[in-house]
Design a protein around this ligand. Structure first.
Ligand code: GDP
Length: 295
């Protein structure tokens, strides 16, 4: 996670700290390198440009120039801006609404929606909630089966969806089934396609209208970098997502999606997937991630 960016920034700041005093030119030069490092990490072009401009304004404005340990101060400004870029505060789920609360998982096929639905069920179960998994991808029988097996392994209820049913009807019925079964949280695993497709978006919109979810979580494969950001923008435009879960962060050495998605969509990353196992879902802490990037 973020290895290459971390290495690059480490080199830039090592050089900067080497200067006893810093001129504005030293800082500008270091920030050019920071911008290159961000672009190499596949950060959105505009995001990288704005990031460096803000750091320059703060670092130079704070009279870092000529101060004691100026390199350290520039690192502090970069750290604070990274925290901001990654979303500021740790974002949590808002499950305070009327029960059963609905969480809708959306995203492209292969992004990790089904696995993440299972992971989320396990996490919520650990917090004393009673989740109910709802397979709503009727186009791929394997998806229903996959979620059913996950639910069974967790001892979590799974709605008996069938491929000949309408996904909106499934979700409506699932809400009633959850009510009578004593479940407090529905996790709906919706269908995904290989690409964004208006028919799918319309179906997701109908499900949203029917079940009024408290959370619509956009699940994206972090390794797809800027593509994940572009797709997130489309889903947000059509569905007004409430947050993002970035999966496969364990295999993402660059981190471009994580560093761009909040700024571009204005929606926070709520969790990250760190592996295939059902325990590998973690809250996303912008401050810890920034500290990790800056080593
Ligand atoms: P869906 O089509 O969106 O439902 O995607 P799946 O849940 O079937 O996941 C697709 C593949 O990604 C599976 O092989 C998962 O095991 C894998 N996967 C999901 N999340 C993660 C993760 O956080 N890390 C890793 N390494 N693999 C993941």
């Amino acid at each position: 996670m973020f290895e290459s960016l971390s290495d690059r920034l480490h080199d830039v700041f090592k050089q900067l700290r080497g200067h006893g005093r810093l001129t504005e030119e030293n800082i500008q030069e270091a920030l050019r390198e920071v911008r290159m490092a961000l672009l190499e990490a596949d950060v959105n072009f505009k995001v990288a440009k704005e990031f460096v401009a803000t750091v320059a304004e703060k670092a130079i404005g704070q009279e870092v120039v000529g101060s004691l340990a100026p390199g350290q101060q520039v690192v502090k400004v970069v750290h604070d801006q990274l925290v901001e870029l990654l979303g500021g505060q740790t974002a949590t789920l808002d499950l305070s609404g009327r029960q059963p609360v609905v969480i809708m998982m959306v995203g492209l096929q292969g992004s990790g929606k089904t696995t993440t639905s299972g992971k989320l069920a396990k996490m919520l179960q650990g917090k004393g909630r009673k989740p109910y998994l709802v397979p709503a991808d009727v186009y791929r029988p394997a998806a229903i089966e996959q979620l059913t097996i996950l639910g069974q392994s967790l001892g979590v209820g799974v709605h008996p969806s069938a491929t000949d049913q309408d996904p909106v009807a499934i979700c409506r019925q699932a809400v009633h089934a959850a009510q009578s079964g004593g479940y407090d949280t529905l996790i709906i695993d919706t269908a995904g396609r290989l690409h964004v497709d208006q028919e799918l978006m319309a179906e997701l919109g109908r499900i949203k209208d029917a079940v009024q979810p408290a959370e619509i979580l956009f699940v994206a494969d972090a390794m797809t970098g800027q593509d994940a950001v572009t797709v997130a923008e489309k889903f947000n435009l059509d569905l007004a997502i409430s947050g993002v879960i970035l999966t496969k962060m364990d295999g993402d050495a660059r981190g471009g999606a994580a560093l761009s998605i909040k700024k571009v969509t204005q929606r926070p990353i709520k969790f990250v997937g760190m592996g295939e196992g059902l325990d590998a879902l973690e809250p996303f802490h912008p401050d810890r991630v920034a500290s990790r990037i800056l080593g």
